[in-house]
Design a protein around this ligand. Structure first.
Ligand code: ZN
Length: 266
């Protein structure tokens, strides 16, 4: 299946129905089950490594069948959770019970700052902490042989991933984390939710976030009220087709930036 990867020079194009479940193959060894909630698996050669475990238990049969089919029935040895929100862990017990798989996340495992490597016969995966972008437990998964990066909910198609209030320190933490993600130069970036993309979208979000902060500061200094600032700053044209961005994510991000700037925190 053709991946909806975007080119930095051309606008991102969404798959026809981004919310319908579909199996994507960024490389022959990596499968992404893309829906509203995403999960993926890597054929490590002698076993299967899973990234994230969805929200709805009724997906069990279709997920197991898809893994079986795409990996020639190899056993699942490891499940990595990018964080432990309910929409990323529901099928964990299925993999434990059926395969004896090890569940690895920031709660089950002491993950050093430099990350943990998981090795198979043919390839490796790095489970790397990147805390305090979305939750205190965030980790990302990097598959170097395939150049695929699973970001969990750190990349949210325009959203500020942190929900508990924005300030200067948090903005710096987010930008520094994004620079680390961009430095992987991944060919395929798999967010926790929605369509997959490329490193170009990570770079674009940092520019967008910085420009938004600058614009809101300027408009606040000029005395504009929040409603007028919202009207003054529409979604950028090149991002208007980002998943759910024009519909509500741009406004959500803008409201968070306005609240932080007007409180003197940003
Ligand atoms: Zn999530």
């Amino acid at each position: 299946m053709k991946l909806p990867l975007s080119d930095p020079m051309s606008p991102f194009s969404l798959p026809e129905n981004p919310d319908a479940p579909k199996l994507l193959h960024p490389t022959p060894a990596v499968t992404v089950r893309q829906e509203i909630d995403n999960m993926g698996w890597v054929d490590m050669g002698d076993h299967v490594l899973i990234v994230d475990a969805l929200e709805q238990a009724e997906n069990e049969a279709s997920v197991l069948a898809a893994i079986h089919e795409t990996t020639q029935a190899k056993p699942v040895r490891t499940v990595l959770n990018t964080h432990t929100h309910y929409d990323h862990i529901v099928l964990n017990p299925v993999f434990e019970e059926r395969f004896g798989a090890t569940i690895v996340n920031a709660r089950t495992t002491a993950v050093p700052a430099e990350g943990l490597w998981f090795e198979g016969q043919d390839r490796r995966a790095l489970f790397l902490p990147m805390p305090d972008c979305h939750t205190s437990e965030d980790c990302v998964v990097w598959c170097p042989e395939d150049r695929v990066l699973f970001t969990g909910d750190i990349f949210g198609w325009g959203l500020i991933p942190w929900e508990k209030g924005l300030n200067r320190a948090k903005a710096e933490c987010l930008k520094a984390s994004y620079e680390r993600l961009i430095a992987f130069e991944a060919d395929c970036v798999v967010p926790g939710h929605g369509p997959v993309c490329s490193s170009a979208e990570l770079r674009r979000w940092v520019v967008y976030f910085d420009e938004l902060i600058g614009s809101v500061r300027r408009l606040c200094t000029n005395g504009l009220a929040p409603a007028a600032i919202l009207a003054e700053l529409p979604p950028p044209d090149d991002m208007s087709e980002w998943w759910r961005f024009r519909q509500w994510k741009h406004q959500d991000t803008l409201e968070k930036v306005i609240a932080a700037v007007t409180a003197g925190d940003l």
